[in-house]
Write a protein that binds this ligand. Structure first.
Ligand SMILES: Cc1ncc(COP(=O)(O)O)c(C=O)c1O
Length: 398
């Protein structure tokens, strides 16, 4: 064993003892089948689409299976419209930089993650107009406000389906069909909703869907994808080898090769396929029902502690996986530190890469304590968290 591997193995017991409530950052643990799929593919893998020998072909089949699994889960009829990426961030960047030009106008909201805010800011500096629709204090974006914001000629609307700060679910089913009728492109950031809610891109009228593989789809980090509706041809963000058409200096016109230059993360995609198989096998409704149960328990338990200030909608049906709270007068960073040190609970504190969302709910600049249960979170773990918060309230720092 190398020193690095030995170090990882040494730290394993402390990982296992912790209560992980940070699934909005990345899901943990993964189903056993995900670890196995990554391991097997890494041991027996060639480079997909690069040549014709058996290991290359086997890798190609892994990628094909991943594309089919994604297409099935998201109602995508033509799986070549799915481009694999390293993250949701990369997918969002391809959609924005690939389709917007100076003079275009984009409508977005005040609940977006920096994965949307920062590329839009960069595009604004290149002459793209960006309009932010204000969400209400629970983080909800009213479709009527989106319609009003689109009164001027608009090229694209960009919205997160579910906030990573408040868990607020946005009414994309209402907004999508309207935008489609207006001929306005709809980019949905499904980082916090994929795997937890049914998203049928064709039924909703989503033109571009950005998804990470490592959150609700239970796959490994370094995976994600962008769905691109037929008829759209974003400019690539990255240029290079795609395995075919090698004589041309131009990238291929066809999807997905157009957006997939460079070697794909085949082991990661094998893990992603296993993650999707797990989610589909359990059924999205079951996954969602289980997380909603934990959320309900959290909202009730924390809500019963008078000092706790909860944010976002408190009805589980308007809510995805993340719940934010604060203890007035206490720094969220201190609460996160004590939750880990005194109670073995791992969660995230601060701004969660979404400063606009905190300005919207009134928690900027310190942010919140964010609790995000996952599929494997137990009722006992949530009870432990509630008891831990209660004890922090009764023992303020002297
Ligand atoms: C709403 C939202 N959008 C985008 C992202 C970026 O996802 P990734 O880290 O996979 O790029 C996140 C990550 O937390 C998120 O919560």
């Amino acid at each position: 064993m190398t020193r690095f591997a030995a170090d990882l193995a040494d730290r394993r017991p402390t990982f296992l003892m912790a209560i992980y409530l940070d699934n909005a950052a990345t899901s943990y643990p993964k189903p056993e089948s995900v670890y196995q799929a990554v391991d097997l593919t890494l041991r027996h893998g060639g480079n997909p689409g690069r040549g014709g020998h058996r290991l290359t072909l086997a890798a190609g089949r892994v990628v094909l299976a991943a594309r089919e699994a994604v297409a099935d889960l998201f109602g995508i009829r033509n799986d070549s419209r799915i481009a694999f990426t390293a993250s949701a961030t990369e997918a969002i960047n391809i959609a924005l930089f690939g389709l917007l030009r100076p003079g275009d106008r984009v409508v977005t909201s005040t609940m977006e993650h920096n994965a949307v805010v920062r590329p839009l800011r960069a595009l604004q500096e290149r002459g793209v107009a960006v309009v932010k629709v204000a969400a209400d204090s629970r983080g909800y974006v009213d479709p009527a406000d989106v319609r009003r914001a689109c009164a001027e000629k608009t090229r694209m609307v960009v919205l997160s389906h579910c906030s990573n700060v408040t868990g607020t679910l946005q009414p994309i089913e209402e907004i999508g069909p309207w935008l489609r009728k207006q001929g306005i492109l709809f980019l949905v950031d499904a980082a916090q909703s994929a795997g937890l809610f049914t998203i049928d891109v064709e039924a909703i009228g989503v033109d571009l869907l950005a998804v990470p593989g490592h959150k609700g789809l239970l796959g490994p980090q370094g995976t994600g994808f962008l769905y691109v509706r037929e008829g759209l041809a974003p400019r690539p963000l990255i240029y290079g080898g795609t395995g075919g058409n090698s004589s041309s200096e131009q990238p291929p016109e066809e999807m997905p090769e157009r957006l997939e230059s460079g070697t794909l993360n085949t082991p990661g995609l094998a893990g992603l396929t296993a993650g999707i198989e797990f989610v589909s096998g359990e059924g999205i409704a079951t996954v969602r029902a289980r997380e909603a149960e934990r959320l309900h328990q959290l909202i009730e338990g924390l809500g019963n502690i008078p000092e706790v200030q909860l944010y976002g909608p408190l009805e589980p049906h308007l809510h995805g996986g993340a719940l934010s709270f604060n203890l007035p007068g206490r720094d969220p960073a201190e609460i996160g530190f004590l939750l880990e040190r005194e109670h073995g609970i791992l969660c995230r504190v601060g701004l969660h890469c979404a400063p606009d969302a905190h300005r919207t709910i009134g928690t900027f600049p310190r942010g919140t304590v964010r609790i995000s249960p996952g599929y494997f979170t137990t009722a006992e773990e949530i009870d432990h968290l509630i008891a831990a918060v209660s004890s922090l309230v009764s023992h303020p720092p002297s």
